[in-house]
Ligand binder design. Structure first.
Ligand code: NAD
Length: 493
């Protein structure tokens, strides 16, 4: 099949920030090229906001919150407008998906069937959910009446990572706006384009000025300005555990609320009684989906001893066959890594694994597909066997297509190894024994456990971390609740 190409200018307002409903340049006029990992070429210039621009975005969001109609609209009225944004995402689905693909290297096969459709679904889900948020009423002793209201927090700052730029923006923006807050969004500097595209759709949907603001630019400087900003009420963050810790410290100064969706090193456990064909598929895409650049990647594969060697052979064969390709080709399932820093980080772990004594069975290097640009950041699917769970390649988040395979003997061993991690984001359990499935799921210290499936998401199902993988939940009703605060009103009778 022929690869898809962006038709003409992918953004109506390249090189601009979206502040207070208007497209404006950074105050000092700076832009930087946004580089595609597919071929190393500039896609569009991107504005480089500084502290003064961040202040302007926060001021616009504050004014929209305090003076604008948004937080005072009925839930139904906000829902109507958010559904309109969802419909516009559906209208432009292919264009948005392709922009995500070119900016991030995510295969179009996934951006067009997972990321873009689910972005629209999130708008629709939270538009519906907010119409069902209820307070409660009580008649405490003494004859008074007390009732509760769920009110918005104010100005929310969404800070998002490079790996699911569109989806992880929507998991924050949709519930935050549905609840009546206003938002300043700072996307990853590596992949800011779909955030800007979505802002265009907000404008088209006539969402009031200042309700959504998007500022692009240097991640650390802008991030630190925003997380210390006195006029922001909540930080909704997805990213690495170390940056999350920095943000919590900074946010403490002004006592902001925070939700933290952080790193992972998930164990995918295959018992000897599993359906091996299904387990092979789920172990394979558990790690190689999104090129391993997914927080829930099943990067530690735990294989029970009797099926260890057979599964290793199957997976090594398959990984050696899965060659990276141009992500714009709809047949491609595995694209380039998202940015140069990622490529270097993943590469560095190959030496780490070999030095620790693990066996590199396949992959382990960059690679250029036939006919592709040598500037593309393609990295081969990689498998290490003979891994001990204490090794760095089993403990540290590589965030790339590197699978560490660890053998185990008993169910107790599997649970112990799975839980022997600073992280606790997700896990997989593959077995035909229903009782074992429930037993293991209950003992795993992780926010999500997939039994005989992997990497499943739905707007209605919460996900988030245990331990160093963070706190708070995205998706589902819990997330909507986290963008509200409860007020109790007492009526003397
Ligand atoms: P990162 O932590 O480097 O950056 C995330 C965001 O924080 C970016 O927008 C960045 O510009 C910004 N940032 C950087 N320094 C900052 C600072 N000092 N103050 C405020 N903001 C700052 O993460 P990344 O490399 O973009 O993404 C990969 C990480 O994200 C991985 O650890 C992955 O596990 C995690 N992740 C977690 C989930 C989840 O749901 N738990 C989902 C996706 C990604």
């Amino acid at each position: 099949m022929t690869k898809r190409e962006l038709s003409g200018q992918p953004l109506a307002n390249p090189g601009k920030l979206f502040i207070g409903g208007a497209w404006v340049p950074a105050q000092d006029g700076r832009t930087e090229p946004d580089i595609s990992p597919v071929d190393g070429q500039e896609i569009v210039p991107v504005a480089q906001a500084a502290a003064a621009d961040a202040d302007a975005a926060v001021a616009a969001a504050r004014t929209a919150y305090e003076e604008g109609p948004w937080s005072r609209l009925s839930a139904q009225e906000r829902a109507l407008r958010l559904n309109r944004v969802g419909e516009l995402i559906e209208r432009d689905l292919e264009e948005i998906a392709l922009l995500e693909t070119v900016d991030m290297g995510k295969p179009f096969a996934f951006s067009s069937t997972v990321d873009a459709p689910m972005a629209a679904q999130l708008m629709h889900y939270y538009a519906g959910a907010v119409t069902r948020v209820d307070g409660s009423s009580r008649a405490p002793a003494g004859g008074q009446l007390a009732y509760t209201l769920r009110e918005p927090l104010g100005v929310v700052c969404a800070i998002t990572p490079f790996n699911f730029p569109l989806l992880l923006s929507m998991t924050k923006i949709a519930p935050a706006l549905a609840a009546g807050n206003t938002v300043v969004h700072k996307p990853s500097p590596a992949t800011p384009l779909t955030a800007l595209k979505i802002a265009e759709l907000f404008q088209e949907a006539e969402i009031p000025d200042g309700v959504l603001n998007v500022i692009t630019g240097p991640g650390v400087e802008l991030g630190e300005t925003l997380t210390g900003h006195p006029d922001i009420d909540k930080i909704a963050f997805t990213g690495s555990t170390s940056v999350g810790q920095t943000i919590i410290r900074k946010a403490a100064g002004t006592l902001k609320k925070v939700t933290m969706e952080l790193g992972g090193k998930s164990a995918n456990i295959v018992f000897a009684d599993a359906d091996l064909d299904a387990a092979e598929e789920l172990a394979f895409f558990g790690i190689y989906y999104n090129k391993g650049e997914i927080c829930t990647a099943g990067s530690r594969l735990l294989l029970q001893r009797p099926i260890h060697d057979e599964m290793v052979e199957r997976l090594v064969r398959r990984a050696a066959d899965l060659k990276p390709g141009d992500p714009r080709d709809p047949a491609t399932l595995f694209g380039p890594l998202a940015h140069r820093g990622q490529f270097d980080k993943v590469s560095s772990y190959i030496e780490v694994g070999e030095k620790e004594g693990a066996i590199l069975r396949t992959g382990g290097s960059g690679w250029t597909p036939e006919g592709a640009s040598s500037q593309g950041l393609y990295f081969l699917p990689t498998i290490f066997t003979g891994v001990d769970n204490s090794m760095r390649i089993a403990q540290e988040e590589i965030f790339g297509p590197v699978l560490s395979i660890i053998p185990f003997d008993t169910e107790e061993d599997a649970v112990r190894i799975a839980n022997d991690s600073a992280y606790g984001l997700a896990a997989g359990v593959h077995t035909k024994d229903l009782r074992r499935a429930h037993r293991v799921a209950s003992q795993i210290k992780a926010g999500t456990v997939w039994v005989n499936c992997y990497n499943q998401y739905d707007p209605a199902v919460p996900y988030g971390g245990y331990k160093a993988s963070g706190y708070g939940r995205e998706c589902g009703p819990e997330s909507l609740e986290s963008y509200t605060q409860t007020k109790s009103v007492w009526i003397g009778m």
